[in-house]
Design a protein around this ligand. Structure first.
Ligand SMILES: *[C@@H]1O[C@H](CO)[C@@H](O)[C@H](O)[C@H]1NC(C)=O
Ligand SMILES: *[C@@H]1O[C@H](CO)[C@@H](O)[C@H](O)[C@H]1NC(C)=O
Ligand SMILES: *[C@@H]1O[C@H](CO)[C@@H](O)[C@H](O)[C@H]1NC(C)=O
Ligand SMILES: *[C@@H]1O[C@H](CO)[C@@H](O)[C@H](O)[C@H]1NC(C)=O
Ligand SMILES: *[C@@H]1O[C@H](CO)[C@@H](O)[C@H](O)[C@H]1NC(C)=O
Length: 669
């Protein structure tokens, strides 16, 4: 493999300090032995002895990974090294399927995987940590190691990833003036506490410590953030070194705009770039060269596809184009991480949102048109990529594992309908908070989901008047009920008011849904709930009762609820039904014919949001492991607006997106 295929390009910045040692002084067995001896803390006389007795053992004991600024490559165990990697998010795949996905990545010819760590997934409330089950980061890293794959770790603290709030915990916003991703002391204090928990788990897994983590990214695309706070990056740099030692390879990743690289890079963090197909790749790497005149070329996110927003077409990109671009970069000697190699699913409430002129929530599926599909199956793209990789490095022996079996379980009727308001006590077992004006999710200390805001009409309204949340006061959707009757929906940036009539003393409810906090750009402090006052004919409504809802606990532990069954098909209501499988528990996809918008649970597991009326995603992925092959399975649908006359769902053996479009370039603004 050639590590120096790229000629020296423009130098607009000082060359960074050469790291401790590099490939050109790449230790032959003698200097490697010296290193080993140094590590063992032995003196010179012992060195001679060691060299004489143990050259082989010592050589294999020295593990090192570094940047070679002379030969423009990475240097692993003293020889030039290049990675061909793919991104996988353990937090978007059930733990039971991790091994299957990783094996397929290994069989694709990759030698590394790139992994984000979402802070908010693990520290759900301040000081409350969870690394169990689907959150077992170390278990995941163990599986990667068992397959002989290396790891490029991206522990944030901010990750974007189209994940709720870019991985930052919502509870940071309990201090409403906190300035995220800067040297704001409140932010840094929380970051420090988190890194104190996370990074000690990482240190023994670093390559030179005997593990498989070859490099660690600091922050994520920081140059795209408005703050451009170099002191913050420097703070993280020293915190990462303090926890991980001086030998670790730390890097940053940024987009190709000048400002991205200007604000995202500092001395001491190796600058890499990210870009997809459809651009001049030579020029793209020239940009990296402006910031790193020497060292390996790295595309840390080579886009194999793209994410989807509700209300927009499903993104797809051509396998041929992706493979062609990969080949081009590999020919240039570059290190590539393909983002994503397997996308997965935003289960529960974990999807994020972007702000592109208006609020744009991200779909439940994170299929990404990646080489491995949302269900983990090899696509034509994986085969095209594998063919290219085979030209540069040896593929592992054996075939690519086949797709996992899927099953169309068919129609399931959901006859049991219960109005959400009729089980308010079950969903919100605590006393409501009584306040003059509305409070946000953050003040209520509620991360996700739904909060119900209730007040009483202060006077009769005989002629229709506007009920509204001025200044985009609803984050993100509010389902309006008057005396339990559904009156319409307010939607952030889209629908600011509905007309109502009523009588003094009528109960007015706004069920407010959080669609995921913004994960990218300047609007990351994305407070949820009723963030301003609600007005009726321009009079501010006062005297609210706020019910934080914990629907997930109710559905998991007290279902089906003991409550009167209701008629009708509009307004927020739960629909429950059961089905049995023909003795199997294969993966499936569930479709919502005639439904509008809501949330789905199977056997108490929250599979995410559905919104067929908005599209383009029409089905939700159902991992088979959720299904019980020997007992009835309980399906719970929360429909927020309007259910079909005949409430059924349909299990298919393939996903359905009702329209697609082709996109190859990144367009975040
Ligand atoms: C890509 O950019 C390089 C360097 O700027 C230039 O020499 C080359 O002609 C460009 N290729 C295409 C196809 O435009
Ligand atoms: C988002 O950020 C931009 C730029 O700072 C600002 O102009 C805009 O008002 C913000 N929007 C929201 C909804 O906060
Ligand atoms: C709601 O209105 C009251 C009275 O005008 C005001 O004090 C309060 O700050 C407002 N709250 C919000 C969130 O705008
Ligand atoms: C996608 O499906 C939705 C809901 O069924 C429908 O309203 C929309 O028109 C469909 N769009 C296309 C392009 O078929
Ligand atoms: C399936 O249901 C049976 C009967 O309720 C139960 O004993 C078993 O543990 C369940 N299996 C799974 C995988 O949930």
């Amino acid at each position: 493999m050639s590590c120096s295929a790229i000629p020296e390009l423009r130098k607009t910045r000082q060359v960074l300090p050469i790291s401790r040692w590099s490939c050109d002084v790449c230790p032959d067995s003698q200097s490697r032995a010296e290193m080993a001896v140094k590590k063992m803390g032995l003196g010179l006389p012992v060195l001679v002895l060691v060299l004489w007795v143990l050259p082989l053992q010592v050589t294999s004991a020295v593990r090192s990974f570094s940047i070679d600024y002379t030969n423009n490559c990475f240097c692993k165990d003293g020889v030039p090294f290049r990675y061909i990697s793919g991104s996988i998010h353990y937090f978007r795949i059930p733990a039971a399927y991790w091994k299957d996905r990783l094996l397929k990545m290994y069989m694709s010819g990759l030698n590394a995987v790139q992994v984000y760590v979402p802070w908010n997934y693990h520290e759900t409330l301040p000081g409350i940590y969870n690394f169990a089950g689907d959150k077992d980061l170390e278990g995941f890293l163990d599986l990667v190691a068992q397959l002989g794959l290396l790891v490029i770790l991206r522990p944030g603290p901010y990750i974007c990833a189209e994940w709720e709030m870019g991985g930052l915990p919502f509870w940071l916003l309990a201090q409403p003036n906190i300035v995220l991703r800067t040297t704001d002391p409140d932010f840094l204090q929380a970051v420090d506490k988190w890194l104190d928990v996370l990074l000690p788990k990482i240190k023994p897994r670093l390559y030179h410590n005997g593990g498989n983590i070859i490099s660690v990214q600091v922050e994520n695309e920081y140059g795209s953030y408005y703050a451009c706070d170099y002191d913050y990056l420097r703070y993280l740099l020293s915190a990462f070194h303090a926890h991980l030692g001086e030998e670790v390879v730390l890097f940053t990743t940024d987009g190709l705009k000048d400002r991205d690289l200007q604000c995202g890079t500092i001395q001491g963090l190796y600058a890499t770039v990210d870009f997809g197909t459809g651009i001049n790749m030579t020029q793209a790497f020239e940009l990296q060269r402006q910031y790193e005149p020497k060292g390996p070329l790295v595309n840390s996110e080579y886009y194999t596809g793209w994410l989807d927003y509700w209300g927009e077409p499903h993104s797809t990109s051509s396998a041929e184009e992706v493979a062609k671009g990969l080949q081009k970069m590999l020919k240039m000697g570059a290190n590539i991480n393909m983002y994503m190699f397997q996308g997965g699913t935003n289960f529960g409430y974990w999807s994020g949102a972007d702000y592109k002129k208006i609020f744009n929530p991200i779909t439940t599926s994170y299929d990404y048109d990646a080489p491995l599909s949302e269900a983990g199956d090899p696509t034509a793209k994986v085969h095209a990529i594998r063919t290219v990789i085979a030209k540069f490095q040896t593929l592992p022996a054996g075939p690519m594992p086949p797709p996992t079996p899927k099953y169309a379980y068919g129609y399931v009727s959901l006859p049991e309908r219960v109005n959400l308001l009729d089980i308010l006590g079950l969903l919100s077992p605590v006393q409501p908070v009584h306040t003059p004006f509305p409070l946000t999710f953050e003040v209520m200390s509620q991360a996700h989901g739904f909060i119900l805001y209730r007040t009483i009409l202060p006077h009769d309204i005989l002629e229709p008047v506007l009920l509204s949340a001025p200044n985009n006061g609803v984050h993100d959707l509010a389902y309006i009920l008057l005396n339990g009757q559904y009156k319409g929906t307010l939607e952030r940036d889209k629908v600011s008011g509905v007309m109502v009539t009523g009588q003094a003393g009528d109960t007015l409810d706004l069920l407010v849904e959080n669609m995921g906090r913004i994960n990218f750009g300047a609007n990351v402090s994305d407070f949820k709930g009723l963030i301003h006052n609600v007005t009726l004919d321009s009079t501010i409504l006062k005297d609210w009762f706020i019910y934080p809802l914990d629907i997930d606990s109710a559905v998991a532990h007290a279902w089906p609820p003991v409550a009167p069954r209701s008629k009708g098909n509009t307004g927020p209501a739960f629909y429950t039904g059961t089905f049995t499988t023909p003795g199997i528990n294969w993966d499936s996809f569930v479709k919502f014919p005639g439904w509008t918008k809501g949330q789905l649970w199977i056997n108490g597991f929250n599979l995410g949001r559905f919104w067929p009326a908005r599209g383009s995603q029409q089905t939700l992925f159902v991992p088979g492991l959720l299904l019980n092959s020997s007992a009835p399975n309980i399906i719970t649908v929360l429909e927020l607006q309007k259910a079909p006359e005949e409430p059924i769902v349909v299990f298919l053996d393939q996903p359905l997106f009702n329209y697609t479009h082709s996109s190859t370039t990144r367009d975040m603004e």
